[in-house]
Design a protein. Structure first.
Lengths: 292, 292
């Protein structure tokens, strides 16, 4: 058996077309170009390359993009001051802070300085809290509007657009980062999946993974999840972006997994391309809220 | 086999003694009586009786207690105004809003009006978000200080004081309320348990429960969890407070479960008595932060 490939690149293109249409309507109606600002301190190579790729995607569609860089030696006050200035800048609708921040900087303080209304990558604890409190999809959310981190939002969007049933299914999320694993678990819970949150201390991880109807890898360890960890026919969502011999690979051993899974996201070309389009969707959501 | 009873009443007494000592030190040092305010609109009988029981527990130890009641006909603005007044009242250190609020009141708006620094039952989304983002226990939390809802905090305290190993264990939480199920799942995750979040849409719930080393009932359905849903020797934490023929019982069928489980909280006398002491601990934490 060979799994169906969940083609994130194709989906991202489809969503880009939707964004293009929405964007031109919005600009026509309001005369405002939705704009995101990225704040970075230092020159971490992965961050530099991620910012470039975001700039390309945003510019291609006509979403405004600003990069605000500070030196590696920037103090916390300087970074927070940059964030505060962007919070107050009416021409900026979304703000993303790139990690890692320089050593010694309190990341919680910097994230906490973000205006929750411009926090388009959903890193402010107020947005996390609203996601955690939100009622299941389909019911009134029971919380104020919030932003969902773009990467797990993209994973969920893949599941939705491929019409993969989630309600009552057993979903296993491996990894509990604030930016991917935990929000993905909360998103799947909102879709009425039964969710197992796994991590480095989980005992018998392969056995736990084998129970999954939906298996999400969000650990950042190259090809850790083997083919025989996967229940035949399961859906596999791979959030890993790892490099082995300068070749990109996911958290799942794709060669093995594709023979067992029912559906699987490849790396590259799976969840990766979805992140920037989900960010743009969040920027659009932000600007709509800000113009009222 | 008969399970060891996890005696919440006894533990609560023990913690009351600790609070008494801490409180008299605090008052001596600062000349301030830590004080909590409860806000209620309407006369829901369970809310009235809960407020009375809180008042008794608080007064017994010398923690200040105020009850602010509004009529069932109170508007949202009136309730929010009461909360705002208490936010600004330097003599009030913790605020709890009783649910249910009258029909038509937006609970999210009322909770959101709470000062997060006085939100001693951890219902504000900022506190939920910090809990969700917090690193595992034993590492720097990586978030600003936060309050944990008292009921799940009490459940965790029972597990801790009975020295029940959590790391790497499989914990199943049945129920996903904002005030018990979800925060309990997040707390167990912070203790490095592998956590399964179950709910009304979970398929094969008895089988899922049977995998649990730690099984938490937080659904509010009398005796739903049967003896044969429990793995022999498992630890059972029952958060349910239900009434059948005016007799209080939990979510777990205690008569059956006590023959199978290794350890179990009874209802009454398990998690219930822990709630008010954990609230008092949170009030003490709040006042300490407020006096700096």
């Amino acid at each position: 058996m060979t799994a169906t490939i969940l083609n994130g690149r194709e989906l991202a293109n489809e969503i880009q077309n939707e964004i293009r249409a929405e964007l031109s309507n919005f600009i026509e109606q309001h005369g405002i170009t939705p704009t995101a600002a990225v704040v970075r301190a230092g020159d971490d190579p992965a961050s530099v390359s991620y910012a470039r790729s975001l700039e390309r995607s945003f510019s291609k569609l006509g979403v405004g993009f600003q990069l605000h860089t500070l030196p590696e030696s920037a103090t916390q006050d300087e970074i927070v001051a940059t964030v505060a200035r962007l919070n107050g800048d009416l021409a900026v609708h979304g703000i993303m802070i790139q990690e890692p921040l320089p050593k010694g900087i309190d990341e919680a303080a910097v994230k906490g300085a973000l205006s929750p209304d411009k926090d388009v990558d959903g890193v402010h604890p107020l947005n996390t809290g609203r996601l955690a409190q939100a009622a299941p999809t389909g019911r009134p959310a029971g919380v104020e509007p919030f932003f969902i981190p773009a990467t797990p939002a993209g994973g969920l969007e893949i599941l939705r657009r491929y019409a993969i049933e989630l309600q009552g299914k057993l979903a296993v999320v491996v990894g509990r980062s604030t930016i991917v694993g935990k929000p993905m678990a909360l998103l799947l819970l909102r879709e009425n999946a039964t969710v197992i949150m796994c991590h480095s201390r989980t005992q018998g991880l392969p056995d736990v993974c084998r129970t999954a109807d939906i298996l999400c890898g969000a650990v950042g360890r190259a090809r850790m999840i083997k083919g025989d960890w996967i229940k035949p026919g399961a859906t596999v969502i791979d959030f890993g972006i790892n490099f082995v011999d300068s070749q990109m690979c996911g958290d799942v051993d794709f060669e093995q997994a594709v023979e067992v899974a029912g559906m699987i996201t490849p790396v590259p070309g799976g969840t990766g391309p979805m992140t920037s389009v989900m960010l743009m969707k969040n920027v659009l959501q932000a600007v709509r809220r800000q113009v009222g």
